[in-house]
Design a protein around this ligand. Sequence first.
Ligand code: ZN
Length: 139
Amino acid sequence: MKIDHLGIAVKEISSALGFWGDALGLENVHEEEVEDQKVRVAMLPIGETNIELLEPTAEDSPIAKFLEKRGGGIHHIAVEVEDIAASLSKMKSEGFRLIDEEPRIGAGGCLIAFVHPKSTGGVLMELVEKQNGNEGYQE
Ligand code: ZN
């Protein structure tokens, strides 16, 4: 297993890139809007993983609420799994609380699902399953 990405909530991707891109030197290889989650995401590979910058696209976006409450920062950790449906049903049967009982389509066309922070010791966790042949976010 590996950490697919770290999700970081930002007000604006463009200004966040001043640090993550210009100052730190990471490359923004993929940007897209995920309508389902009311966010715009930018993916910046770092080693085997990625920094995912998340900008809200609506006032009722979960990221807008997070920014309001906490003013930005680490929002979630995403772990790549081989079989997301199997991981979800295992967690569910063991009594862990899921935000998504069924996988959804996330950035890069991956299957994703969130696990509730109440079940993980306070960390919002995203499971990611890469679809056939889709190993990264690079176009
Ligand atoms: Zn994510």
